[in-house]
Ligand binder design. Structure first.
Ligand code: XMP
Length: 326
């Protein structure tokens, strides 16, 4: 029978066969696919795998720790974290156009990852070894989609670690190529990965950078991160994580409105809650969240995040609205 544990056993055996005694690297994004792919390869070849995690500073609260602490504790994987926060902020300075932001973040991400791969390659070379393999979390639907040629217009440039330059030639290890998302999650649980990673909702590669409408700055990131953490906490506490596809929180950084708090006038920024229900993100409906949950999120954000004095709700389906605002 095609049980989860037989999927794990067969995949681990196939990876051992493919990688042999060679070395591999894997970029971790914090998402479930790269985490499960890395965990399978780690189980198959242990320390022959090195994982690379790029902190671009556009992550949500706690995400770096989830990878550095929880994922490493669960798998024992060798991990290198690259702190590229300043570099991304510098590259994004003054940029407000959504597509330009996406291109800059994608480009910088690939550059940082490539440099890390080169550094590891040089280290390995000095020890008389080479890194021959790159692990990717490609799923079955990705395989079908890219083979079938996408007819869909390119609405937004999605970013993932794509082609690597010529002087970095790796063979690909793609242990999830035969699996659907729900199978990947089951494999992740079977491998003992934390629920927070296995059931993580979708989060875009460009991260909070495309949820700040306006220029991305360190202060604005801090504000959005705090508001987002509150929304996620309350949705989790209400037991709604499995009911919604995701709930982006968007900071309208160039908009201000007048408010009143205590005896004082405020002139702060609004955030938008964008809860959506969806099967595949191609279409989505806005989620009718319970009013008491919305109220708790709103009260907490306006009390706890000093820059934010207004919480609004996005009630647009997709189409016509995309899920993300940029
Ligand atoms: P949109 O905004 O196009 O989003 O309706 C559809 C889904 O894709 C996610 N998303 C991304 N995921 N890289 C990703 O890996 C990206 O650049 C990206 N942009 C959007 C979004 O969160 C939603 O789940």
């Amino acid at each position: 029978a095609w049980t989860t544990s037989s999927i794990v056993d067969d995949t681990v055996a196939a990876i051992r066969e493919q990688v042999g005694d060679k070395r591999a690297i894997c970029g971790l994004s914090g998402g479930v696919d790269s985490a499960v792919a890395a965990a399978l390869v780690q189980r198959a070849v242990g320390d022959q795998l090195t994982c690379v995690f790029v902190d671009h500073g556009l992550l949500r609260a706690g995400e770096r720790a989830q990878v550095e602490r929880d994922f490493v504790a669960a798998t024992g994987v060798r991990l290198v974290t690259i702190d590229a926060r300043d570099r991304f902020l510098a590259a994004l300075a003054g940029v407000t156009d959504p597509e330009e932001k996406r291109k800059i973040i994608g480009r910088e991400f690939i550059r940082v990852f490539e440099q890390a791969a080169r550094d590891l390659q040089a280290e390995a070379g000095a020890e008389g070894e080479q890194i021959d393999f790159l692990v990717q979390g490609t799923l079955y639907p990705d395989v079908v989609e890219s083979g079938g040629g996408s007819g869909a217009a390119n609405i937004k440039s999605h970013h993932n670690v794509g082609g690597l330059p010529e002087d970095l030639q790796f063979d690909l290890v793609e242990p999830l190529r035969a699996l659907f998302k729900d199978e990947v999650r089951r494999v992740g649980l079977e491998l003992g990965l934390p629920e927070t990673i296995v059931h993580r909702q979708p989060f875009p590669g460009p991260g909070l950078g495309i949820r700040i409408i306006g220029e991305v700055t360190a202060d604005r990131l801090e504000t959005l991160r705090a508001a987002d953490a509150i929304a996620r906490e309350e949705l989790t506490a209400a037991g709604l994580d499995r009911d919604i596809w995701q709930c982006p929180v968007v900071l309208l950084a160039d908009v201000r409105s007048v408010g009143v708090q205590g005896d004082g006038r405020t002139y702060g920024h609004p955030v938008v809650l964008r809860p959506v229900s969806s099967e595949d993100a191609m279409t989505a409906d806005w989620t009718r969240l319970p009013y008491d949950v919305l109220e708790r999120i709103s009260t907490r954000i306006t009390n706890e995040v000093s820059e934010v004095n207004r919480v609004t709700l996005d009630v647009t389906s997709k189409p016509p609205g995309t899920i993300e605002w940029e």
